[in-house]
Design a binder for this molecule. Structure first.
Ligand SMILES: *Cc1c(COP(=O)(O)O)cnc(C)c1O
Length: 398
């Protein structure tokens, strides 16, 4: 028998979830099933499907053929037992957490999680009498100590927003499991192309599919990949909560995923060039990019990321007025709040991820006033560098 090699990410991006489908009227592309319900002429079959004894769909809040293909693609890309999807990334995060936690439980996480996730930890979970410990993001000893005091869910995110800190998934997953915790990782920034947290010990992986997975900033979505048990629980919660992924959004995600491996390869390569250019520029104070040897977590990043991704941040010399002149001069960047798309996107955390936070709090979090988050698109790297260069020159002289 010939030995079968596991398919690579380029192949998986295209074929996963679509291998054995005959399609509707032999379509080669996954059709968008806008149908809300599924008809059964035979009551016994209907009953079997409704009871989960036979495969099939009943009602699209629960399952839908287009959405199922998206989930299967993500399951294979993350190397997970199971996957389920949600209307947004925040729906994936909140439904997963609420399906796992009950009053009296304790969550350990880090200070630099996504803004919405941080709100769940600081505003909503305490109301349900869930204890939340938020540790300094890259202080692995502090996280391990907090976990050892008792932990039901260890929630990690890496790299983080906006300063691209990287935490050691393998090391912390082990600490979490020693304490009997379920370990979740928000893998939005890294994508399955660069990191597979399950292979490093995580029990569940969450994505805001709105970002790199869809990749074109035209659809919202979220996904959880993980063990059968965790995914089943989150699915049962979502089924009732109703935060279902729309079939049209699922279609756009499927289409986006076909180029995921290509996009990540290009964006990572360009980001590395851009980070080096910015690092050497006299008007730039510092650059946060996990691929730079000077990045505080570069060694961890090298260990758990196949390439370093398309996200970076940097800050200019001087004050916020420099940002005011610099940003609008960029020709090839949307000034907007999203990221991970084919176009380059730039913006200060002060107007995007950390709007609600005061200047003092941002300083305490290590977010300089002149910080700019820069999501590298798939444009030519040389053009992006020339664009940054002219805008920096202009800002320096005005
Ligand atoms: C955007 C984002 C989310 C939230 O996703 P939505 O799709 O906007 O709900 C969660 N985590 C990270 C890291 C994100 O960047």
């Amino acid at each position: 028998m010939s030995e079968e090699k596991n398919p690579g990410f380029g192949t998986l991006s295209i074929w996963s979830g679509e291998e054995k489908k005959d399609g509707w009227e032999r379509t080669t592309q996954v059709p968008v099933a806008h149908s809300v319900s599924y008809g059964y002429k035979d009551l016994d079959t209907w009953l079997d499907v409704a009871l989960g004894k036979a495969e099939g769909h009943i009602y699209s809040r629960n399952t839908n053929p287009t959405v199922t293909v998206f989930e299967e693609k993500m399951r294979q890309l993350e190397g997970a037992e199971a996957a389920t999807s949600f209307s947004t990334g925040m729906a994936a995060i909140s439904n997963t957490l609420y399906s796992l936690l009950k009053p009296g439980d304790r969550v350990v996480s880090v200070k630099d999680t996504y803004g919405g996730t941080n709100e769940i930890f600081t505003r909503f979970l305490p109301r349900l009498n869930v204890d939340v410990a938020l540790c300094p993001t890259t202080d692995h000893e502090a996280i391990e100590a907090a976990v050892a005091k008792g932990c039901d869910v260890l929630y990690l995110e890496t790299p983080t927003n906006p300063t691209l800190k990287v935490v050691d998934i393998e090391r912390l997953a082990k600490a979490g499991h020693d304490a009997g915790a379920i370990v979740l990782v928000d893998n939005t920034f890294s994508t399955p192309i660069n990191t597979n947290p399950i292979s490093l010990g995580a029990d569940g992986v969450i994505h805001s599919a709105t970002k790199y997975i869809g990749g074109h900033a035209d659809a919202l979505g979220g996904v959880l990949c993980g063990s059968e048990k965790i995914v089943k629980g989150a699915y049962a919660y979502r089924e009732i909560n109703g935060a279902t992924l729309h079939p049209m959004a699922a279609y756009l995600m499927i289409r986006g995923i076909k180029t995921l491996a290509l996009r990540i390869e290009r964006q990572s390569e360009s980001a590395m060039k851009i980070a080096r250019f910015l690092k050497a520029h006299p008007f730039i104070e510092d650059v946060f990019y996990p691929g730079l040897e000077t990045h505080e977590n570069h060694e961890i990043a090298k260990k758990q990321m196949r390439s370093f991704g398309g996200m970076m941040s940097f800050f200019l010399k001087g004050d916020f007025d420099n940002i005011r002149t610099f940003l609008p001069r960029l020709k090839y960047a949307h000034l907007a709040a999203n990221l991970g798309t084919v176009e380059t996107v730039a913006g200060p955390p002060r107007t995007t991820s950390h709007v609600e936070v005061s200047q003092e709090q941002r300083a305490a979090m290590g977010i300089p006033e002149t910080l700019i988050r820069y999501s590298v698109g798939i444009e030519d790297a040389d053009d992006l560098i020339a664009d940054l260069s002219q805008a920096l020159e202009y800002a320096k002289n005005h």
